[in-house]
Design a protein around this ligand. Structure first.
Ligand SMILES: Nc1ncnc2c1ncn2[C@@H]1O[C@H](COP(=O)(O)O)[C@@H](OP(=O)(O)O)[C@H]1O
Ligand SMILES: [Mg+2]
Length: 315
């Protein structure tokens, strides 16, 4: 492990951020948040679950102590390490952030090997998206394999760093577009008749939609969590990732903290995550994405888009 003392105590003047440090902090934050998610579950059974609102489709949006504590830890790490960086988290917390436990500055060996240091970006170009607990619904149901914590760093609106961490297995997928990643795509995917992974709790009419796009015999795998569904497109063993799919399809509203990290991981592998009409998603601005989502790697993404575009989403 390498410690970077230069990281701390920099006076305000330096507005450049090192990409490798951003990646290592993203991993550290996702894992630290994951420890909170796990601790709350282990202390259970009371997750202090409550409803924070409703989705546009009328489903309850749940919040648990796991979401909140993970948010506090993840947001505090960012705030104490890179003050002033724009961070957008799914959760808010009026309580002051805890700046007493900053990032230790250690760059994991695996990252040191794959990503050279010294590449910097301007602080103003950065937007950090935090999902302190993806698949909250499934977390409350005890379906823990779906649960992830995610961090994404967008630069000028493009997803460049993605981290998806599974607190209950300890696995972390990370990627820095154009530089390195610890995950890979599978050798082949089924293009003619792709297995689609879709939401189990915010599906909308995705089943009918999929049949219109890919034929009535299309194979659909319902699963929780946007992070989990992206992992199902990768080359991971079955014990880690029970579901394996060829494409991820989502037709209802979704927020950018749910999808940015997965988008970065897929981009790093040469894959794509776009709206249903094939547009890239801009991660600079407002959190909502109303245009649906199709994600793939190792497939002709444009062909997929041709099948799902213009079908009328009936949301
Ligand atoms: N229609 C919708 N409106 C708001 N959020 C949605 C949504 N569909 C999915 N999401 C969010 O996207 C994530 C993945 O959804 P799903 O598991 O249904 O595929 C979940 O995030 P959180 O668990 O972080 O809230 C879920 O709340
Ligand atoms: Mg989420």
């Amino acid at each position: 492990l390498l410690v970077l003392p230069s990281l701390f105590g920099e006076a305000g003047g330096d507005q450049r951020l090192d990409l490798r440090e951003l990646l290592a902090l993203s991993v550290a934050a996702a894992e630290a948040g994951g420890r909170r998610v796990r601790a709350v579950h282990e202390a259970g059974p009371d997750l202090q679950q409550r409803t924070k609102g409703k989705t546009q489709e009328g489903a309850a949006e749940l919040l648990t102590a796991g979401d909140l504590q993970s948010h506090r830890r993840m947001a505090s790490l960012w705030a104490s390490t890179f003050p002033g960086v724009r961070v957008i988290s799914e959760e808010h917390d009026e309580a002051a952030l805890d700046l007493s436990e900053p990032w230790d500055g250690k760059i994991p060996l695996e990252i040191q090997k794959l990503v050279p240091s010294g590449q910097t970006v301007s602080k103003d170009s950065v937007t950090v998206w935090i999902d302190p607990l993806d698949a909250t619904q499934e977390y409350t149901e005890g379906l823990l394999t779906y649960v992830t914590t995610m961090v994404c760093v967008a630069i000028d609106g493009k997803p460049v760093i993605g981290v998806i961490h599974k607190p209950f297995s300890g696995f972390t997928a990370w990627a820095l577009v154009g530089q390195g990643t610890n995950v890979s795509a599978r050798e082949s995917y089924n293009e003619r008749s792709p297995q689609l992974i879709v939401s189990r709790s915010h599906a909308g009419t995705v089943r009918t939609f999929s049949q219109k796009a890919f034929g009535t015999s299309v194979n659909i795998i319902p699963a929780g969590g946007a992070g989990y569904k992206v992992l199902s497109l990768l080359n991971l063993n079955k014990a880690e990732q029970p579901d394996q799919a060829d494409a991820y399809l989502h037709i209802t509203f979704i927020k950018k903290w749910d999808i940015c990290a997965g988008n970065a991981v897929l981009s790093a592998l040469g894959g794509h995550m776009t709206t249903l009409d094939g547009k890239d998603i801009d991660y600079r601005d407002s959190p909502g994405n109303k245009e649906g989502l199709i994600a793939s790697v190792g497939l002709d993404h444009l062909e997929l888009v041709k099948k799902v575009n213009g079908l009328g989403r009936a949301r």
